[in-house]
Design a protein around this ligand. Sequence first.
Ligand code: GAL
Length: 418
Amino acid sequence: MRISKLLSTSALVTGLALFSGAAAAEESVEVLHWWTSGGEAAALNVLKEDLEQAGVTWQDMPVAGGGGEQAMTALRARVTSGNPPTAVQMLGFDILDWAKQGVVADLNALAAKEGWEKVVPPALQAFSKHDGKWLAAPVNVHSTNWVWANKKIFDELGLKQPTSWDELIAALDKIKGAGYVAVAHGGQPWQEATIFDAVVVATGGPEFYKKAFIDLDPAALNSDTMVQAFDRMTTLRSYVDDNFSGRDWNLASAMVIEGKAGVQFMGDWAKGEFLNAGQKPGEDFLCFRFPGTQGTVTFNSDQFVMFTVGDDRRAAQEKLASAIMTPSFQVAFNKIKGSVPARTDADGSGLDACGQQGMKELAEASTKGTLFGSMAHGHAAPAAVKLATYDVITAHFNGEMDSQTAAQELANAVEGAK
Ligand code: GAL
């Protein structure tokens, strides 16, 4: 009797010790994201490893689908059921939408302690903060108006990097004529919208892009210039292969990597795929701005939004936010991801040639006033407008309407979604 009492007491003590040990070891974060391609996953690994070193377990919640539409649907279900993840990868206006729902954490104390205010550029802070409160940690700056080209094909055909629309078309004709797929494209609405970002800047210039996609000016949306931009999409459509429909963006990158296709029009996350395949910029692939958009940068920034979690998960959440904001992490991560750091004080000198170019052009565009949020990646207008815009671009790209009708429809759709 006595022995058994002793045993049960000691069992209780052991149990308590185990419990407190387990509580410390169980510090964990659940992170929802859409980084499932080879390059994306490799970049995310840097963060996972940093956290694990800080004693925080990573619970992965990947939701595949470039651009993040599917991830946002999954998030809504989690929040609706009252069980949000610790942190969620998110873009631009989506962040502000969630901030307004009152379900996000307040990171002000951490931000003040670590001095985020001074090092995060205002264009990103516009999305990391709401009503004076930090709710997200920005991890990078991507830009959407890039071309990724197979160097061997360019060399073989004696092609130079095109700098205007006419030069681009001449180059695509040569690539197609030589029997390659000229444009590697994945037929998904967000990918067509990504190309449209660049085509609109190339066709109407930076001011026109701003009027149409940021100011949502009906006269710009339904204008001759927009009709011309749609006509150019029709032209580009003639350079994609028959199997483009539904193809994921990273499979389109692989076509360029493997020498089956000449170019891909895609944001600089594509660089992550080339690097992940062991390719080198300037040797195996070329990066240059979409012809006619030089001097303008359409950007998007991935941020990790911190949701309201129980007190037991707060410390781990702050460790995650702090890890994301560490300068050395930002450099290591962005080297792999293809983007550039979200901190102005991060040392970019170790980035490759494309990264250096990206950083320089970002700074120049910011000074000149030609840095704009990407329509395709949720940094120009709220999701409702973005998705309405996608629908028109994709319907037109698939030949469901002519360019004149598309411009009218675009103005109508945006007006209806505002
Ligand atoms: C973008 C995101 C990038 C990249 C891309 C393709 O919206 O900002 O980080 O992941 O989608 O998935």
